[in-house]
Design a protein around this ligand. Sequence first.
Ligand code: 13P
Length: 256
Amino acid sequence: MRKPIMAGNWKMNKTAAEGTALVREMQKDLLAVPAVDKVFCPSFLAVPDVARAVAGTELAVGAQDLYWEASGAYTGEVAPAMVREFCDYVIIGHSERREYFGETNETVNRKIVAALAAGLVPIVCVGETRALREAGETQAWVRGQVVAALQGLTGEQVAGLVIAYEPIWAIGTGLAATPADAEEVCGGVVRATVRELYGDAVAEAIRIQYGGSVNAGNAFEIMSQPNVDGGLVGGASLKAADFIKIVQDAARAKGL
Ligand code: 13P
């Protein structure tokens, strides 16, 4: 069975001090939830303090991005080894980075390759716009993003990845995908594409998250879907009580 993975993407919220306080507030209750990976993804400057706050526990830290080069004259960028010093995970290709910061399927693939080489677990984001969904293009679009992201990777590498299906129309809108829609894309598109490219064993191993307006009220039903192995939570991960309930509900949904 795949181990569920619940991650909080804090986006550009929380200073180092605020983030540390938030983690301290949630730590005990989150650690009481069994058999679920729990990951905090703070901004770069909060990463070291959050990592120190959870050191020696089962709580993990992820960055929200990285650059693919190992070092050099790339002002403002953060190298994979720098991320790895504090993090086990890294979000790659979030739709906000694709939309506002010019990330493409090609840069996303380069970042995944670099992250894996550094020993990080990439959380790769894919998802369609509302216009694509309304045009009936969801399946082709998401499949294309998955194929491009995985370019050149081995089956062993792909088995260890996390892919987050985040429909753009559901992010920050309060309009989450229905559990059935989440299942249809996570299973029928993302996992099906991995199966087509890498076969059954890899498809059964890779973990697929849903993200987009996950909250304390809808997490149980969404996480109950068999092909949804976890959640990438934005706004609700900034509120201690909500994120704790979401993680507890994910465990309950999986019968843990
Ligand atoms: P919200 O949960 O705020 O909709 O954000 C989802 C997201 O983008 C997580 O990466």
